[in-house]
Design a protein around this ligand. Structure first.
Ligand code: NDP
Length: 391
């Protein structure tokens, strides 16, 4: 029996994780569930999954959560605040941590799980983008296992020998990350000038949280994934290629020096990657319908349009700059996406904000987490200034 902490349980990945867990009550138990502010949704999940601990990140809502659970007849511990998330991720309540909080807010609990030697199922890509080397060091020191949940990295993990090799040593030439192209694939900059948050969040193939949906629309999501792949698989930028594949049936590929290309296919449903990560090295049923190849559309591939979708090029730029440039990129992007979702920034200006902040804060070496968090804060403040000047 594995005891699983689902950090970000009320989100899209959290919900898919709990769906898979509920299919295997003899193997998995959700012992910790967390949310940011959505008390009612968290209470509903606690009624269904009966965790030992429920955490609401916003401390102002702790008593609301306690009352909601009592009214629903759920008896479990209640806690609140970022420190409670960190404590839970490292606690004896869980041996497995699903890191599914969105954004930089997930970094400290992800690190805590790594340091505590947990089996870490990583969905929160922003934490590895921000703190790649430090997170991997923490994993090594803790002695746990990191299994990627992001579908592309989970696909690569499945196609690479032994999961996480040095590439050249294993005859790998390239990692090919597939991208759906998002809802705006094929549009011009003129077309994109007035697109709305709802249009940006209407992904053609995946149902996801709003932040990652906007990242998919700008191609920043793919840029963050390039950086994630660089860290997870020790792959230099030149060995990572992005290929737009609108059907989202191939989740990524590994090309070997002998010309073999291994791909992982499946319907676009995160429960496949989550089930794989939960059960690895075994396999369990996920609830995802089998891929019907005969009825699938033809598989298409095209190069990404990095002139229209500049965020992908900016992510490669940050990766090549090294140090804390990816953390600065990710923080500036979070602020810009929030402004776009709030209706105060135009879609095309997201890239402008990120570019300006990257220029204002040239890359510095990543020394430790406190310094990194300071730089994260500086990047957020710089992005805030750019936004105010733009208004
Ligand atoms: P959602 O927006 O659907 O869910 C985010 C979760 O994080 C919610 O539980 C939310 O709580 C919680 N949360 C938000 N802010 C905070 C905070 N400051 N402190 C603590 N908890 C917080 O996101 P997704 O599930 O779509 O994505 C989660 C992560 O997984 C992201 O990093 C994303 O990039 C990654 N990912 C997502 C995929 C997907 O298909 N959705 C695919 C691959 C990766 P509340 O509900 O109360 O707001």
């Amino acid at each position: 029996m594995r005891n699983v902490a689902v950090l970000g349980a009320t989100g899209s990945i959290g919900g898919s994780t709990l769906d898979v867990i509920a299919r295997h009550p003899e193997q998995f138990r959700a012992t910790v569930l967390t949310a940011h502010r959505r008390v009612d949704t968290l209470v509903d999940l606690c009624v269904r999954h009966r965790p030992e601990l429920a955490i609401i990140a916003d401390p102002a809502r702790e008593s609301e959560l306690a009352h909601g659970l009592a009214a629903a007849g759920v008896r479990c511990e209640v806690a609140s605040g970022p420190a409670a998330l960190v404590g839970a991720a490292a606690s004896a309540l869980c041996d497995t941590v699903v890191a599914a909080i969105v954004g930089g807010a997930g970094l400290e609990s992800t690190l805590a799980a790594a340091r505590a030697g947990k089996r870490l199922l990583l969905a929160n890509k922003e934490s590895i983008v921000m703190a790649g080397p430090l997170l991997l060091e923490a994993m090594a020191a803790g002695g746990g296992t990191l299994i990627p949940v992001d579908s592309e990295h989970n696909a690569l993990f499945q196609c690479l020998p032994g999961g996480r090799p040095g590439l050249a040593r294993n005859g790998v030439r390239r990692l090919i990350l597939t991208a759906s192209g998002g809802p705006f694939r094929g549009l011009t900059r003129a077309d994109l000038a007035s697109v709305t948050p709802d249009q940006a969040c209407k992904h053609p193939n995946w149902v996801m949280g709003r932040k990652i949906s906007v990242d998919s629309a700008t191609l920043m999501n793919k840029g963050l994934e390039v950086i994630e792949a660089h860290h997870l698989f020790a792959a230099p930028a030149e060995a990572i290629e992005v290929m737009v594949h609108p059907q989202s049936l191939i989740h990524s590929m590994v090309e070997y020096v002998d010309g073999s290309v291994l791909a992982q296919l499946g319907n676009p449903d995160m429960r496949t990657a989550i089930a794989h990560a939960l059960a690895w090295p075994d396999r369990i049923e996920s609830g995802v319908s089998p891929l019907d190849l005969a009825r699938s559309a033809a598989l298409q591939f095209e190069a990404p349009d990095t002139v229209t979708f500049r965020c992908l090029a900016l992510a490669f730029q940050a990766l090549r700059a090294g140090g804390d440039a990816p953390a600065v990129l990710s923080a500036a992007n979070e602020v810009a996406v929030e402004a776009f979702l709030a209706g105060t920034l135009a879609f095309l200006s997201i890239a402008d904000v990120v570019e300006t902040v990257l220029a204002e804060l040239p890359a510095q070496a990543v020394v430790d987490i406190p310094t990194l968090l300071e730089r994260d804060q500086l990047a957020r403040e710089a992005a805030g200034r750019v936004l105010r000047n733009a208004c």
